[in-house]
Design a protein around this ligand. Structure first.
Ligand code: 0A1
Ligand code: ZN
Length: 849
């Protein structure tokens, strides 16, 4: 693990720490600029190692005193920590340090947000609070006393005692320091309780700033549903007397699973119908579930080292996806997960930032909270489950919890439980954890005398540090349809293990149409020479909802590629297929809304690049606009009906049914607005009594360039709600025409509400700019220039958010020489910034290549 030098850390260098921590006692004397942290920590020699060097991590701490067994010591102090001679026997370490939470703009360690004290310790933030072996394999129980003149004083575990100006907490479950949390402030609680399966009552509190009380009810319900689901589905019961959630405005990520005291970015927990969209509600429900599920997959069983991050994150994302599928629609969830994977993980896996699900080295671990670790990590678990079957998966999970409770584990431990339960050798499967890059699956077919043969060939391109790839185990779910549309072979999972492998299906009356990679059974790219007619056939007949959508998606992509690279008109097969589907009222409205969606412009650019064509962002933008216009004209007669069908005449509820209708209504409105110049959208805006309808109408109006009045009214209505104002910033940039996007973003950076030190606001502007594909990549280079300016400005204050936003440049090698030159110049300009953070430095150098 990292010791003195801030260089590269390698998985292969793992060594356990020389001491166990038996107990931690912390006292916080809170003060904005001079908080005192006193630690009393019981260490004892670790029998697993002879090495007794005693190094404690610590950064930006002012050491006031240190003692071992009551005798003062003078450690050697560096920028990374301290070293001192320690006994080869149990001893008590004591230290007092001073820290400055009010000036902690990096939001790691103990910091302040709107007058509230708050912590973020994952991955390596605890070392900014006190000296400690800040590594996940060092686990201990914690007792925490907080002295502070604030109404609410919280830490992990159960409350022990509370007095005027102080509180004491004890967490009986051994945990690594990254799960430590403290919150102190003027907060109000939305409270409830949950009775666990064994009859224990747990107090539940959602703590928010006064004024936000009306945004708590949904989050609380989501928490109770999650607690119940984890009991029912995984047999996991909650293990403390209290579960606290706190909403904080300044937060680098979405939320954090600290033991018994989850801390959430307020955008990921606060919700009300008038201020939050259906998508916000669904995301909040999923994130609450995700953090709650970490109590077992992450907290009770944690990671041995940060290379094992996917052990907790892949599994917990997989679990939260299962939860959402159960609470809402499984096909819709699967499709949206795949859309997201292709938009965020595929570009990562196939570009300069490509890394294995379990990376083997890093400079800054915070740069590895990625779509690959999280989302591909979850896909890997989905494949494992598909390969071993549901019953064996359940058995393996039971064994995992029984065998490893209280431990800090590795991917080897995880795979071993599956091997022990099933008797399978998973050594080849393990390549999913060690090989980066997205495998491509070439499909060839043959039919003769009733036998249909599918020949699959897998190939993964070289990725940074990995020139040669070995074949992976790929579960390919396949079904076969007869030419009349009947399913002749229901879904079967072909288990591919070789580079090239053939699978036969016998006794067929005619050459079937294959439906390959049903339910997206593996995170791969299928390459198959096929024609428009076959795609249209699958769009009409496939019984697998994911693959039916996939057929429509492929048609949309095909038509957009033709339109973006020539003067083609939309494919009639695509338009006809969509028309038929939309008319089918037996289909879930949410599913029909997804069918109306088009591939993202960045995804199309990636697709063109892979086909050997240099993508032109402006041409792609025009193709998408033209196709939407063509769809609007083609569906003109049906749109009013669909829009009417999508109206909800019941009180607002953010459930799957109503959300699906509103999603279909929004998709219809987008097309209608292209025909009526925004008339219907203006009416919807006027009548809207929830944020979903209000925002979708405003989006259409901005698209039609007729929304100035509504945009101003929206600001006036919501100027006091920071989460809605984030939407106001975001929407204007997302909807700006390509040649205006950078200028709109720049003007918004001059708005008095552009409080750029708050990550949510920074991301609202620059996330939207990077997400406006044609705008960001406008040939003027203004988008690149503006983003680079602001990354340079943010880096000294908040390296973590800066580094994450650098990913906007990760696809730069796809584009033409002119754009590449402009981006390279910006990357070099950022790299040359004096004192650039390790976070941003690592990202820029990897992206630059
Ligand atoms: N473990 C959290 C995400 C998280 C990760 C890192 C953070 O700071 C660097 C903060 C939160 C989760 O998976 O939800
Ligand atoms: Zn997580």
């Amino acid at each position: 693990m990292r010791d003195a030098a801030p260089n590269t850390v390698y998985l292969k260098d793992y060594k356990s720490f020389g001491y166990l921590v038996d107990q931690v006692h912390l006292t916080f004397d809170l003060s904005p600029n001079a908080t005192r942290v006193t630690s009393r920590i019981a260490f004892s020699p670790n029998p697993e190692t002879e090495d007794r060097s005693f190094f404690l991590h610590g950064e930006k701490l002012r050491l006031i005193r240190a003692a071992i067994d009551g005798t003062a010591v003078s450690p050697e102090i560096t920028a990374e920590g301290l070293r001192v001679a320690a006994p080869d026997a149990p001893f008590v370490w004591e230290a007092e340090v001073e820290i400055d939470p009010a000036n902690n703009t990096a939001l790691e360690g103990l910091y302040m947000s709107n007058g509230m004290y708050c912590t973020q310790c994952e991955a390596e933030g605890f070392r900014k609070i006190t000296y400690y072996p800040d590594r996940p394999d060092v686990m201990s129980t914690f007792t925490v006393r907080i002295n502070g003149d604030l109404p609410v004083l919280l830490s992990n575990g159960n409350p022990v005692q509370r007095g005027e100006g102080w509180a004491e907490w004890h967490d009986p479950w051994p945990k690594p320091a990254y799960l430590f949390a403290l919150v102190a402030g003027d907060l109000v609680a939305h409270s409830d309780s949950f009775t666990t399966i064994s009859g224990k009552s747990v107090d539940l509190n959602l703590w928010v700033r006064p004024g936000d009380e009306h945004k708590c009810a949904f989050g609380m319900e989501a928490l109770k549903k999650s607690m119940k689901w984890d009991e029912d589905t995984y047999g996991r019961e909650y293990d403390l007397d209290v579960f606290n959630i706190v909403a904080v405005d300044d937060f680098n990520m979405g939320a954090m699973e600290n033991k018994g005291l989850n801390i959430f970015n307020s955008s990921c927990v606060l919700a009300s119908p008038d201020t939050s969209t259906d998508a916000n509600f669904e995301r909040i429900e999923a994130i609450i579930a995700h953090e709650y599920f970490h109590n077992w997959t992450g907290n009770r069983i944690t990671c041995r080292d940060w290379f094992q991050l996917c052990l907790k994150e892949g599994l917990t994302v997989f679990r939260d996806s299962q939860f959402t599928s159960d609470m809402r629609s499984a096909p819709v969830k699967r499709i949206t997960d795949v859309i997201d994977l292709r938009a965020r993980q595929f570009p990562e896996d196939n570009g300069p930032l490509s890394h294995p699900v379990r990376p083997e080295s890093f400079q800054e671990i915070n740069n590895f909270y990625t779509a690959t670790v999280y989302e591909k990590g979850a896909e890997v678990i989905g494949m494992l489950k598909r390969l071993v079957g549901d019953a064996a998966y359940a058995e393996a999970l039971d064994l995992y919890f029984a065998r490893h409770d209280g431990q800090a584990c590795t991917i080897e431990d995880w795979l071993k439980v599956f091997e022990d339960v099933t008797g399978r050798d998973l050594s080849q499967f393990k390549r999913w954890y060690s090989q980066s890059g997205t495998p491509r699956l070439k499909v060839e077919e043959e039919f003769s005398e009733g036998t249909y043969t599918l020949t699959l060939t897998q190939h993964t391109d070289p990725t940074p540090g990995q020139p040669d790839k070995q074949p992976q185990v790929i579960p390919v779910a396949v079904g076969l349809l007869s030419p009349n549309g009947d399913e002749v072979v229901p879904t079967r999972v072909l288990e591919m293990t070789e580079g090239t492998q053939s699978f036969t299906f016998e006794g067929l009356a005619a050459k079937p149409v294959p439906s390959i990679l049903r339910d997206f059974s593996a995170p791969v790219i299928v390459e198959r020479e096929t024609d428009t007619a076959e795609r249209a056939f699958l769009l009409a007949h496939d019984t697998d909802p994911f693959h039916r959508w996939e057929a429509g998606r492929a048609l949309a992509r095909e038509t957009l590629v033709e339109m973006a690279t020539g003067d083609a008109t939309p494919l009639p097969d695509y338009l006809d297929g969509i028309r038929t589907l939309l008319r089918d009222k037996s289909l879930d409205p949410a599913y029909r809304a997804l069918m109306l969606g088009l591939p993202g412009q960045s995804e199309l650019a990636g697709h063109l690049h892979e086909a050997g064509i240099t993508p032109d962002p402006a041409a792609i933008w025009i193709a998408v606009e033209d196709l939407k216009q063509a769809l609007a004209r083609d569906l003109q007669d049906m749109l009013p009906d669909i829009y009417a069908e999508a109206q909800v005449d019941a009180p607002y509820a953010p459930d799957a049914e109503q959300s699906g209708k509103r999603a279909l209504g929004a998709a219809a409105l987008d097309l209608i607005s292209r025909l009526d110049g925004g008339k219907q959208a203006a009416a919807q805006y006027e009548a809207a009594d929830n944020m979903t309808l209000q925002l979708s109408a405003l989006g259409c109006l901005l698209g039609a360039e007729t929304g100035d009045a509504q945009l101003a009214a929206f600001y006036d209505q919501w100027k006091d709600d920071r989460l809605v104002i984030d939407k106001w910033f975001m929407l204007q940039i997302m909807k700006a025409k390509p040649d205006r996007a950078a200028a709109v973003a720049k003007a918004l950076t001059e708005h008095p509400d552009f409080t750029w030190k708050t990550p949510n606001r920074f991301r609202a502007v620059f996330g939207a700019l990077a997400g406006n594909h044609a705008g960001f990549h406008d040939s003027s280079g203004a988008g690149y220039d503006l983003l680079a300016d602001w990354l340079i400005r943010l880096d000294p204050l908040n390296p973590q958010t800066t580094a994450r936003m650098c990913t906007a440049f990760q696809t730069w090698k796809r584009y033409d020489a002119g754009r590449q030159e402009m981006i390279a110049a910006q990357l070099d300009r950022i790299a040359a910034t004096p004192d650039l953070s390790r976070d941003a430095g690592e990202m820029i150098s990897r992206i630059r290549g």
